[in-house]
Write a new protein. Structure first.
Length: 295
């Protein structure tokens, strides 16, 4: 087995409070790893902490405890200058392809920008732009057009091409297909897979959708309220989940059969009520322990 490319070890992220608010513990003792050429899907509902984990890997969220290592190097607390030096190896694809592309720049200018920033100029940059457009299955004449001239799926392909410009070893894909319709989602997901097979790039694939991680991931980690509650091979986690929260996520996905959909909704409600009861008991236990310690 290859050594991990990315290691997240016992990671805590705490956002400071303000104006009377308590600090927010967004991630609690989170650990996972990603090997070269592997896709790890990170799944959870809004507020689970999944985007915070991606941002911590990118240096955009504060690391309060634990460590993040890339290729054996601790990158938890890099300076801005050190982080810029790491940009060649770690890139990101955001959820909204339009807002992540400068609307006043041509596609060639957008794709050439990271190249020129790293010393690639002139004809070499133009050649690389053509290669990137070809890699994401866009025509060469796309280079002279503006982002507004493309569909949502095409703009996401452009965002993927920009992320690939410097031949990164890891891409953080943060809800990269959630804004797309289902047919476009499938095409973009297939593109991610094809690019990985051709280049060996690794992905941290952040999403709320179990069907998406099932399609692209080798392994899956499930986040609930800042903690990983289940992780394992994608086939096992998405088809036979063990944790009630993962089961609820699976049941939230719609199915075309009305009778099955009604049964799934009822089962999901039952699991949600059971989880709420456990949360109430846990909070009550925490209060009792605190009172006992004070006494």
């Amino acid at each position: 087995m290859n050594a991990p490319l990315l290691e997240v070890d016992d990671l805590d992220v705490i956002y400071p409070g303000g104006r009377g608010r308590k600090p927010f513990h967004a991630l609690k003792s989170v650990s996972l790893d990603i090997r070269p050429g592997e896709t790890v899907g990170l799944v959870g509902e809004s507020g689970s902490g999944k985007t915070t984990l991606g941002r911590a890997v990118l240096g955009l969220a504060p690391v309060s405890g634990g460590a993040i290592r890339f290729d054996g190097r601790d990158i938890s607390h890099l300076t801005r200058k050190q982080r810029r030096g790491l940009a060649k190896d770690i890139q990101v694809v955001f959820q909204d392809p339009y807002s992540s592309l400068n609307p006043s720049m041509t596609i060639e200018q957008i794709l050439a920008e990271p190249l020129t920033a790293n010393g690639v100029e002139g004809g070499s940059a133009r050649t690389r732009v053509r290669e990137l457009l070809d890699s994401v299955q866009l025509p060469a004449d796309a280079a002279q057009r503006l982002p507004k001239e493309f569909s949502g799926g095409q703009r996401q392909r452009i965002a993927i091409a920009r992320a690939l410009a410097l031949d990164p070893r890891l891409i953080v894909a943060d809800e990269a297909v959630s804004a797309l319709d289902l047919s476009t989602q499938a095409r973009v997901l297939d593109l991610f897979i094809q690019i990985q097979e051709a280049t060996g790039v690794a992905y941290l694939f952040v999403t709320h959708d179990l069907s998406v991680v099932r399609h692209v991931s080798h392994r899956v980690a499930v986040l609930y309220r800042g903690e990983i509650v289940e992780q394992g091979p994608a086939a096992q986690v998405t088809k036979d989940p063990e944790h009630p929260y993962t089961q609820r996520l699976f049941m939230a996905a719609p199915v075309p059969d009305p009778d099955r959909q009604e049964q799934r909704r009822a089962n999901r409600l039952r699991l949600l009520e059971a989880q709420q009861e456990q949360d109430i008991q846990a909070r009550a236990g925490g209060v009792a322990a605190s009172e006992l310690a004070e006494g």
